[in-house]
Design a binder for this molecule. Structure first.
Ligand SMILES: *Cc1c(COP(=O)(O)O)cnc(C)c1O
Length: 351
C-alpha cells in the first residue's frame, strides 16, 4: 500500500488538489475509526455532534452562511445544495458555466433538472453577458474551477431564484486576510460547498455544505423516521465524525495558521507564473487566480513536458481542444525553487 501511493508531501508534489495532511488529523482519524461514532445518531456521538456544530459555527460566517453539515465530498455538497434549490425554492433548471465541475451535471441528472451551460470568457470565468433568464433557475457559480482555478463573477450571487457557489477548491481563501476579497460576493449565495479535504488539509472524506437560511434549507432536505431521534439531514445516512480532525487542525493552527499556509501557496503559484512568463519556451495560459497554473511549452507538447518531470509534479488538462500542463498549489511542503528549476530545464530539453 505504501509503495503504491503517491507522496503528496514530497518537495516536487504539485499536480493535484489533494494536500498532504497534518499528523494531528492522523491521530484523530485513528480515534474516529476506533470509536466508530455515527453522526446519524447523536446518542453514539454526543461530543462529535457538538464538534461538528462548533466547526460550522466557526466557518460558516466567512461565507455569509448560517450553518450546514458535513458530507463526504463536494460532489455530495453540490448535490445537496442543488437539491435544496429544487425543493426549498422550486427551481426548474440549473445554469452553470461550461467549466463547472462534472458533479453539477451529475446532480442535475439525479434531480431531474435541466442544465444550461454558459460559455466562459478568456479567463475561464462564466460570461455574465451570456446568461439566460434566471427567474426559475439555480445559478451555480464556481469559486476556483478544477482545470484553471478561475473564479466566476460572484457579484451575480443573488441574481437567480437560488445561487449555489461551488467553492470546493478555493473556498478556504475566505480565511486569508490577503486573498479573501477574491471571493467577495459569495455571502449573497443561498448555499456554498467547500471541500475540507482540499485546501483545509483534511483526510478524505471531508466537505461542508452551508446554507444562508439553514432552517428553510434543512426542512427541504430532511427525513424523519421511527428509529431516528432527530431527522436525517442531507444525502448520506450514517456519517463518520470528520469534523473532529478538522476541529483539531483549526485548534492547532488557528485561523492565522490556515491563512499563512494558503498565502504561502498563493505566492508560490505566483513565483512559478513569473518564471513561466519570463521564459520564451513556455506559454502561460493566464495569471493564477487561486493557486493553479496552466501552461505549455512553445516548442513541444504538454504531455512531453509532464513526462520529462518527476511523477506528481504536474498534471494535464484540456482547454479549447488543446492539452496544457497544470500545477496545483496544495502542498505547503513543495520546494518551489526546485520545481521552477526543473520546469525550465525540461522546457529546454524538449526544444
Ligand atoms: C474537487 C471539486 C469538486 C468535487 O469535490 P469532491 O470533494 O472531489 O467530491 C467540485 N467542484 C470543484 C470546483 C472541484 O474542484
Amino acid at each position: 500500500m505504501l509503495d503504491g501511493a503517491a507522496e503528496l508531501s514530497s518537495p516536487t508534489s504539485l499536480a493535484h488538489m489533494d494536500p498532504p495532511t497534518p499528523w494531528i488529523t492522523w491521530a484523530m482519524a485513528l480515534w474516529n475509526a476506533s470509536l466508530n461514532q455515527n453522526m446519524l445518531h447523536e446518542m453514539t456521538s454526543p461530543f462529535a455532534t457538538q464538534a461538528e456544530a462548533l466547526v460550522l459555527r466557526w466557518l460558516s460566517p466567512y461565507f455569509g452562511m448560517q450553518g450546514g453539515h458535513f458530507c463526504a465530498g463536494s460532489t455530495l455538497a453540490n448535490l445537496t445544495g442543488i437539491w435544496a434549490a429544487r425543493d426549498a425554492a422550486g427551481v426548474s433548471k440549473v445554469v452553470a458555466s461550461e467549466a463547472a465541475h462534472l458533479s453539477v451535471e451529475k446532480a442535475c441528472r439525479l434531480l431531474g433538472l435541466e442544465l444550461l451551460k454558459v460559455a466562459v470568457d478568456r479567463h475561464g470565468r462564466l460570461d455574465g453577458a451570456q446568461l439566460p433568464s434566471l427567474d426559475d433557475a439555480c445559478l451555480v457559480l464556481t469559486a476556483g474551477t478544477t482545470a484553471t482555478g478561475a473564479v466566476d463573477p460572484l457579484h451575480l450571487a443573488g441574481a437567480a431564484k437560488w445561487t449555489h457557489v461551488d467553492a470546493a477548491w478555493a473556498g478556504p481563501l475566505r480565511l486569508s486576510r490577503t486573498y479573501s476579497g477574491r471571493l467577495d460576493g459569495i455571502a449573497a449565495a443561498d448555499s456554498v460547498a467547500v471541500s475540507a479535504h482540499k485546501w483545509l488539509f483534511q483526510p478524505k472524506d471531508s466537505a461542508l455544505v452551508m446554507f444562508r437560511d439553514l432552517e428553510m434549507a434543512n426542512s427541504a432536505i430532511s427525513f424523519g423516521g421511527s428509529y431516528l431521534a432527530r431527522p436525517n439531514v442531507g444525502v448520506q445516512g450514517s456519517r463518520s465524525a470528520v469534523a473532529i480532525p478538522l476541529l483539531a487542525t483549526l485548534l492547532a493552527w488557528g485561523r492565522e495558521g490556515v491563512a499563512q499556509r494558503l498565502d504561502d501557496l498563493m505566492q508560490m503559484a505566483d513565483v512559478l507564473a513569473d518564471a513561466i512568463e519570463t521564459s520564451d519556451r513556455l506559454l502561460l495560459w493566464g495569471r493564477p487566480q487561486t493557486g493553479i497554473n496552466v501552461f505549455r511549452p512553445t516548442c513541444s507538447t504538454a504531455a512531453a513536458l509532464v513526462q520529462a518531470l518527476p511523477p506528481g509534479m504536474l498534471s494535464t488538462c484540456v482547454l479549447d481542444g488543446q492539452a496544457w500542463a497544470r500545477s496545483v498549489a496544495a502542498n505547503p511542503l513543495v520546494d518551489m525553487n526546485l520545481v521552477v528549476g526543473s520546469v525550465l530545464a525540461a522546457s529546454l530539453e524538449g526544444a
